[in-house]
Design a binder for this molecule. Structure first.
Ligand code: DX5
Ligand code: ZN
Length: 219
C-alpha cells in the first residue's frame, strides 16, 4: 500500500542505532517502504562519547543493500582522520561535532566539500549555538542535539529549542536544521515549530508497532 504523503518539507532520518543489528538488511528494507528517505548512522568511538558503535566497514556492507541517503553522524574525536574513509564507503552527508574540531573546523568543512559530500555541523546540548554561527553559510546542515550524545532512548532536552530558532532566524534560507535525540509525537512538534526540518528518530520509529505509521506521525 502506498504511504500517504504528509509534509514534503520535512525529512525523517531513522537512526539504525535502535534497529535489530542481527537483521540490518531487513530493517533497511522496512525503512525503504516508509516515507523516510534518509538513514541516520550514529558513529561512536568510546572517546568523544561513552559508547562504541560501528565504522566504515559496516557502512560499506549496507551501502550495497540500499539506496537510502546515508546521513553519517560522527561522534568521534579527530574526525579529520576518518572523514575520507566515510566518504569512500558511500556516506552522502558527513556530519561532525564542532566540539571535536574547534580551531580546525574550517579545514574539516573544506575536506568534506572536497570529497563532494554534503556537510553537517553538530553541537551538543551544552554548546552555545553562537559558537558555530560563523559556519552557517559554509554547511548544508546544522544538527542541534537534544540529548547528550551516546545513547538512544533518552529524554528530549527542551532547553535546546531556542538554538533551533536561532539557526532558523540567522542562517541562510535553505539550511537544513536537524534535531536528534528524544524525538516522539510530542517533541517533533516543538522541534518543527522552532524551525527544524530534518528529524532523527531511533526508538520512536524502531520500537513502534508499525514503522510506517511512526514515520508518518513525524512528517
Ligand atoms: C544519540 C544519537 C541519536 C539516537 C537517537 O547519541 O545521536 O541519533 O540514536 O535515538 P532516540 O530517537 O531514541 O533518542
Ligand atoms: Zn545521531
Amino acid at each position: 500500500m502506498m504511504n500517504m504523503k504528509k509534509n514534503s518539507d520535512i525529512i525523517i532520518s531513522p537512526s539504525i542505532l535502535s534497529c535489530d543489528f542481527s537483521n540490518i538488511e531487513s530493517e533497511l528494507k522496512k525503512i525503504e517502504k516508509t516515507n523516510a528517505k534518509w538513514i541516520h548512522l550514529d558513529i561512536m568511538d568510546g572517546h568523544f562519547v561513552p559508547n562504541i558503535t560501528f565504522g566504515a566497514p559496516l557502512i560499506k556492507c549496507i551501502r550495497k543493500k540500499t539506496n537510502l541517503f546515508f546521513d553519517a553522524h560522527l561522534m568521534i574525536e579527530n574526525p579529520q582522520k576518518y572523514i575520507e574513509s566515510f566518504a569512500y564507503v558511500g556516506c552522502d552527508l558527513i556530519n561532525f561535532h564542532y566540539e571535536a574540531t574547534l580551531d580546525n573546523t574550517k579545514n574539516v568543512i573544506e575536506l568534506i566539500r572536497k570529497l563532494n559530500k554534503k556537510v553537517g555541523i553538530s553541537i551538543k546540548p551544552k554548546t552555545c549555538v553562537k559558537e558555530i554561527e560563523k559556519y552557517f553559510n559554509d554547511v548544508d546542515m546544522v544538527l542541534i542535539m537534544t540529548v547528550e550524545p551516546g545513547f538512544s532512548g533518552q529524554k528530549f532536552m527542551d532547553f535546546c529549542i531556542p538554538k533551533i530558532e536561532y539557526v532558523r532566524k540567522y542562517a541562510k534560507e535553505n539550511i537544513l536544521i536537524q534535531v536528534d535525540g528524544g524525538i516522539n509525537l510530542e517533541t517533533q512538534k516543538q522541534a518543527k515549530d522552532a524551525g527544524a526540518n530534518v528529524l532523527v528518530s531511533g526508538d520512536y520509529i524502531f520500537k513502534a508497532p508499525n514503522i510506517n505509521i511512526a514515520v508518518n506521525n513525524l512528517l
